[in-house]
Design a binder for this molecule. Structure first.
Ligand SMILES: Cc1cc2nc3c(=O)[nH]c(=O)nc-3n(C[C@H](O)[C@H](O)[C@H](O)COP(=O)(O)O)c2cc1C
Length: 213
């Protein structure tokens, strides 16, 4: 089936309430490329530490690559039945982007050259100080883009499932992931064939601490 992108976007709160993890997709649904582009563009608007945009989106849409992914994702069928699986990767050397990101800001007149130089050296110092920090930042920031991707997909009438259940080492090997990037999660994206199973959430009182423990 060929999809069209005439779906009215949902409002934000409705989108959040209606997003659930779908594991059964219409396997023959062809997603219009413009919808995928719109969803990825929305994901890329996520905030990030120093605006370094630590995310990369590896779009796995080729049938053969999906089949290769299946055992790596412990045979979770959704990776072959959904339209695409997006591997969200985190950049563990995102400090290398600082020069570009801030160079552009200077060019556009958003900041001075001097502020740029101060920021770039601050970023490089932070990245060099603690060996765990680059990976932590990659995971935190790429996760924000992942969440935004799932909500954007829902607002456009699609469903998703975030997946941590895959063999990371095998994934890196099969998809030639460079050392610079760490896999954060896989996200299947497509048209639901069966709705998500129901899930509940803890009451807010249990989750909210006001001012201090
Ligand atoms: C980081 C992460 C990893 C997950 N890994 C898997 C997975 O490997 N397979 C799966 O079917 N669901 C996976 N889930 C989906 C969760 O089971 C689901 O989000 C949770 O049960 C809440 O349900 P809901 O998303 O439908 O609201 C994962 C979710 C997250 C956030």
């Amino acid at each position: 089936m060929h999809g069209t992108s005439h779906q009215e976007d949902l409002g934000l709160f409705q989108t959040i309430e209606e997003r659930h993890s779908v594991r059964k997709y219409e396997a023959d649904y062809k997603m219009p490329e413009e919808d995928l582009t719109a969803i990825l563009e929305a994901a890329a608007l996520a905030p990030s530490s120093w605006n370094l945009q630590h995310w990369r989106f590896l779009v796995i849409e080729d049938a053969k690559k999906k089949e290769e992914l299946l055992p790596i994702a412990y045979n979770q069928k959704q990776v072959v039945e959904s339209c695409v699986t997006i591997a969200v990767l985190g950049d563990v050397e995102a400090n290398k982007e600082a020069e570009n990101v801030y160079g552009e800001a200077v060019e556009k007149g958003f900041m001075t050259e001097q502020i740029k130089d101060t920021l770039v050296s601050q970023i490089n110092r932070a990245y060099e100080k603690d060996p765990a920090y680059p990976r932590e930042l990659a995971l935190t920031n790429a996760s924000l883009a992942a969440m935004q991707l799932m909500l954007a997909a829902k607002a456009k009438g699609y469903d998703t499932c975030p997946m941590g259940g895959f063999n990371e080492e095998a994934f890196i090997k099969a998809f030639n992931i460079p050392d610079r990037f760490t896999p954060v999660m896989l996200i299947t994206l497509g048209k639901a064939a069966i709705p998500a199973h129901r899930s509940s959430r803890k009451p807010l009182e249990e989750l909210t601490i006001k001012n201090s423990f």
